[in-house]
Design a binder for this molecule. Structure first.
Ligand SMILES: *Cc1c(COP(=O)(O)O)cnc(C)c1O
Length: 385
């Protein structure tokens, strides 16, 4: 039996299903329904309400972030984080070409431009050496700020924890400190992932989480900005609402703001999901370990959590021998109703970012031709509990 066929059988057995098996489906088997109904009964469905505050506290407690501010989606969270970090029009933001498009969209929405450096094989995330080489070769420090040879300021560096696997964040922080650059982690995929025991998204002054329908937990649509201090959190809350200065009846707004707050009805869903996060994470780890054992000795290389890291295994992945092998694998699994998909097309190949400044991207190109994501949903209710 071919390795593809045996994988199809393995996945069907694991999920005990002969139906279509999606890549990542949400589960609502806790208090989600009663909390959502509660927001309707109370009429507090919009962006002020007890569930928003509770959800923020739960996520802050879980991640050990000083402050957490809920937003309408992960894209809005990342936009807000970069805005508060000081990214402004015509500046540059360094990120990885191997990421989801939202990372780069927010940079461009702020009027800045993304710059791409390579990823490393062990983490699938930003390579600290590639970052340092790019900065050494093309950038210089002036009055404590970093400028590219084009004259534009490097306003931030955005590493992304791909599929929930933590990047080497200490190394990236060290390089950025050398060049006076603010780090903003795109932790959209890594709720429940730790690096050296510390939660991803808490290594930088600001970071973004996502609670989209396909993430580890969902609020329908939703995101969160993790902040290094209460003070930073207050500022993020200010610009994600209407920047209204507190007053009993006057409407005075002291700066531009974005109305990105998460509605209470979505936060209610989030509170129900947070109660199950630990169970989801252990179920996802069990699935990853089962995949790892399944692929042991196979021609397909299963992507394991990096050294010093504990991954949430949001999306499991294998690395195929080459592009031809990958295409065959995608074709056969999808035809058999077991959903798999290639990794995102590299950002510099998309029309919006084709002229972006970039360093060598050899590992990104190599991985993009070989990575396939595998079904990664938490199995059925009864198995979780
Ligand atoms: C999901 C995701 C986002 C955006 O989150 P949304 O909630 O969908 O807006 C941003 N970056 C990465 C890497 C993501 O995977």
């Amino acid at each position: 039996m071919s390795s593809t066929q045996s994988l199809i059988r393995f996945v069907r057995e694991f999920y005990q299903s002969n139906e279509f098996i999606p890549l990542h489906a949400p589960h609502f088997n806790g208090n989600e329904k009663s909390y959502v109904l509660d927001t309707i009964d109370s009429t507090f469905v919009s962006s002020v309400g007890a569930y928003v505050d509770l959800f923020e506290r739960q996520v802050a407690e879980f991640t050990n972030a000083s402050s957490a501010i809920a937003t309408v989606n992960g894209t809005a969270a990342l936009y807000s984080a970069l805005y508060v970090a000081g990214v402004r029009p015509n500046e540059l933001v360094i990120t990885q070409a191997l990421t989801f498009v939202a990372t780069c969209n927010v940079i461009a929405q702020l009027g800045a431009q993304p710059v791409f450096v390579d990823v490393e094989r062990a983490t699938l995330g930003m390579c600290p050496r590639a970052l340092e080489t790019f900065l050494d070769q093309h950038c210089h420090l002036k009055e404590g700020m970093c400028f590219h040879s084009s004259g534009s300021r490097i306003a931030a560096v955005v590493p992304m924890h791909t599929f929930g696997h933590p990047v080497q964040i200490h190394e990236i922080n060290r390089v950025c400190a050398r060049f006076g650059i603010t780090v903003v982690e795109d932790a959209a995929e890594s709720l429940g992932s730790f690096y050296k025991g510390q939660h991803t998204g808490t290594f930088s002054p600001f970071a973004a989480l996502s609670f989209n329908g396909n993430k580890v937990i969902t609020t329908g649509g939703g995101g969160m900005v993790l902040c290094e201090s209460q003070e930073v959190g207050k500022r993020v809350k200010h610009i994600t609402t209407t920047a209204k200065v507190a007053h009993a009846y006057e409407f005075y707004h002291d700066e531009l703001a974005f109305n990105f707050r998460m509605p209470n009805i979505n936060a209610a869903l989030g509170c129900g999901q947070m109660e199950q996060l630990h169970a989801y994470l252990s179920a996802k780890r069990a699935l990853a370990l089962a995949y790892q054992a399944h692929f042991d000795g196979s021609e397909l290389e299963f992507v394991c959590e990096p050294e010093h890291a504990q991954s949430n295994y949001w999306l499991n992945a294998v690395i195929c021998a080459d592009k031809h092998h990958r295409d065959e694998f995608l074709e056969m699994t999808n035809k058999a109703g077991v959903m798999t998909r290639p990794v995102w097309q590299l950002m510099h190949t998309l029309p919006m970012f084709k002229n972006a400044i970039r360093g060598p991207l050899d590992m990104s190109v190599w991985l993009a031709e070989r990575i396939v994501n595998l079904p990664s949903s938490v199995p059925t209710v009864s198995e979780v509990k």
